[in-house]
Design a protein around this ligand. Structure first.
Ligand code: PLP
Length: 453
């Protein structure tokens, strides 16, 4: 048995092109074969295991092979695996839509489905543009995004992205967004508070809107945490201020909660903390508990009504994906929402906060760790140099240090996957106290190992 497993992983590099990877690097660190998952653990074939503290790319909320989700999916499998959603409907998609409307901020009343995060963002951008066009304001063709934003990697989504490693190469193919300063608290100048950064970012946004609002459809943001940028966090007050600016200047607010939704920031949705309702809300990743690809785009009755008429067809929102609203994915999402409700997950996560802060305190004291930060169930810290002349800055050749931390943690049963010089924890919500402690210990040792020469 072992040898046949061995043989498929050896064949991997002969056929597969892995995502987000310079394939040549696999010459020294081949892909890790995963035989099965259980709870927060991933297991290979040789008895090695890895604590999945990045939730398999930020999607898994309640562990691998979760018995509740598994049982519901198996039952749905015998009912209906998939059906076209144009002209047809099914129970899981209706029930999921109802529950999302009920759980998301008030005023979001219509749900449009797609099948992954980036396509959800494409839906949001097209919907906003098309709304204005239907209102006779076809001159609105542009978007505003934040510095360091990430909204996925299809062409439209890259247009509202601002992380060079993803966008630069494709720049000739992309219509770029206007970029506004990020409210990221780490950008505080000496003597400035986070509230000052918030105000400065809002003032800059106002200045930008004064110039370009007439040609702008929407502002798109990742509320509270810019995840792919390195878990950069901002104040809820920014959301409140931004909502007011969008109303004043007649542009939509698109909240991309693909990564931060479903409890990551401590509330079910990040927008709640700013007390706001966006015009369009994008959800994906955790929506199915990490089981199946699905995205939902929620919007207001006002936007919906702008498309509702007899003719012409071009006024209707014709966007479609083959697997739109897939019944199995919707069922996994319904089971996920049941777990939230039945286990009082948001409250239990909140109670974990003090314990997590206790665990991060020793790490924060390491001379090579800066910007220890937490927002709900996202913890992040930056690996920095502590040598005179470069103190507090990323190491020269930081990539090598991050790779060392990654390898060290893997060797010690923890799957950490640094983002640039940021080490972060974004674990499933089911980790027990021992697993949290192990995570903190291994991270501590991985940092100390990474900074040695
Ligand atoms: C991951 C992510 C996306 C894209 O989702 P995919 O399913 O990977 O296409 C969009 N926005 C944010 C904020 C994300 O973190």
């Amino acid at each position: 048995m072992m040898s046949s497993n061995q043989s498929w992983i050896d064949r991997d590099l002969a056929v597969l092109w892995h995502p987000c990877t310079q394939m040549k690097e696999h010459e020294t660190l081949p892909p890790i074969p995963v035989a099965r998952g259980e709870g927060s653990w991933l297991y290979d074939f040789d008895g090695r295991r890895y604590l999945d503290v990045i939730s398999s790319w930020w999607v898994n909320l309640f562990g691998h092979a979760n018995p509740v989700i598994n049982a519901r999916l198996k039952a749905q499998l015998d009912q209906l695996e998939h059906v076209i959603l144009a002209g047809f409907s099914h129970q899981p998609v209706v029930e999921l839509s109802e529950r999302l409307v009920q759980l998301t901020p008030p005023g979001l009343e219509r749900v449009f489905f797609a099948d992954n995060g980036a396509s959800g963002v494409e839906v949001a951008l097209k919907m906003s543009f098309h709304y204005w066009r239907n209102q006779g304001r076809a001159e609105k063709t542009r978007f505003i995004a934040l510095e360091n934003s990430y909204h996925g990697e299809t062409m439209g989504a890259l247009g509202v992205g601002n992380i060079p490693i993803f966008t630069e190469t494709y720049a000739p193919l992309i219509q770029p967004a206007f970029i506004a300063p990020s409210p990221d608290c780490q950008q505080a100048e000496p003597g400035e508070s986070c509230a000052d950064v918030t105000e400065r970012a809002l003032a800059a946004m106002r200045a930008l809107l004064e110039r370009v609002a007439s040609q702008t459809c929407a502002i798109i943001i990742e509320p509270l945490v810019q995840c792919a940028a390195g878990m950069r966090m901002h104040e809820p007050a920014y959301l409140t201020g931004l909502r007011a600016l969008c109303d004043e200047f007649e542009v939509h607010l698109i909240a991309d909660e693909i990564a931060v939704g479903f409890g990551r920031t401590g509330t079910l949705f990040a927008c709640e903390q700013g007390g706001i309702t966006p015009d369009i809300l994008c959800l994906s990743k955790g929506i199915t508990g990490g089981y199946l690809p699905l995205s939902a785009v929620l919007t207001t009755e006002d936007i919906y009504q702008a498309f509702y008429c007899e003719a012409p067809a071009s006024r209707a929102f014709l966007h479609s994906h083959s697997y739109t609203g897939n019944p199995l994915a919707c069922t996994a999402a319904l089971a996920t929402l049941d777990i939230f409700e039945q286990n009082n997950v948001i409250e239990r996560n909140r109670q974990r906060g003090a314990m997590i802060d206790r665990l991060t305190a020793p790490l924060a004291e390491l001379p090579n760790i800066a910007h220890m930060r937490r927002c709900g169930m996202i913890v992040a810290m930056d690996l920095v140099d502590d040598r005179a002349g470069n103190r507090g800055k990323p190491f020269p050749r930081a990539e090598r240090r991050n790779q060392k931390a990654y390898r060290y943690a893997l060797d010690h049963e923890v799957l950490l996957r640094p983002l640039g010089n940021t080490i972060y924890w974004m674990p499933p919500y089911i980790m027990d106290d021992d697993q949290w402690q192990m995570l903190a210990d291994v991270t501590f040792d991985a940092v100390r190992f990474a900074v040695q020469d």
